[in-house]
Design a protein around this ligand. Structure first.
Ligand SMILES: N[C@@H](CCC(=O)N[C@@H](CS)C(=O)NCC(=O)O)C(=O)O
Length: 219
């Protein structure tokens, strides 16, 4: 059986978890906080989660895990078969990660954990976030899903990266990042109403106190 290593508070972990749930695949969740210990690095070369445990070993990096699942497992397809359409979905995922997730992530410490982030980093993140959201508005279809008619892995990135970026925008910059993208805003709400997304959210809530305690202990 597939093993999903990571923790329920991780947005990347939740992208893979929702993909597995949507495909109706059996999997085992293995609590794993990664980090830089030799044991963790033996599972995840950069000490990140999620990691997928398969018969032959470990697969890291969310985008790669999602493609692997798509290529090897049954269930509803989350990537178009047509190479051009597939490229559009993969490009949207990459754009969301590079231009929205990563600038927002540079501010997570202050937005979510009360640890100040230097102004220079916040200024850069804000400018990049605005460019990233502009790119999403040009490339996303939101008709009704991010890449068009069907739910794809671009929706997974959208659900679990753009929601956190919006929280960063609001908390640190007083900005509504999706203000100019009403269809995107409505889609984000709809996606989080999905039955399996609610299960992922409930697991996240349940795991949050222990996660926050761990962060507090590290401070
Ligand atoms: N590029 C990685 C990023 C994963 C990532 O940043 N995971 C976070 C949790 S959401 C993590 O492992 N953080 C722990 C750390 O950086 O020590 C992927 O796509 O899987």
């Amino acid at each position: 059986m597939l093993k999903l290593y990571g923790f329920s508070v991780s947005n990347y972990y939740n992208m893979v978890k929702l993909a597995l749930l949507e495909k109706g695949l059996p999997f085992e969740e293995v609590p794993f906080y990664a980090g830089q210990t030799p044991e963790a690095l033996a599972v995840s070369p950069r000490g990140k989660v999620p990691v997928l445990g398969v018969k032959q070993g470990f697969i890291n990096e969310t985008s790669v895990i999602l493609e692997y699942i798509e290529q090897t497992q049954e269930g509803p397809s989350l990537l178009p078969a047509d190479p051009y359409q597939r490229a559009q979905v993969l490009a949207l995922c990459r754009e969301i990660e590079l231009y929205i997730e990563l600038p927002a992530r540079a501010c997570f410490a202050e937005a979510f954990f009360g640890m100040p982030v230097p102004d220079a980093i916040k200024d850069k993140a804000k400018a990049e976030l605005l460019l990233g959201v502009g790119s999403l508005g040009r490339h996303g279809k939101f008709a009704p899903y991010v890449a068009g008619e069907s739910f794809t892995i671009a929706d997974l990135y959208f659900m679990y990266s753009v929601n956190l970026a919006c929280a960063v925008g609001e908390k640190l910059f007083g900005l509504d990042l999706l203000a100019q993208l009403p269809k995107a805003k409505a889609l984000l709400e709809r996606l989080h109403e999905m039955r399996n997304a609610k299960r992922v959210a409930a697991d996240r809530e349940a795991a949050m106190p222990a996660f926050m305690a761990m962060i507090a202990a590290k401070k």
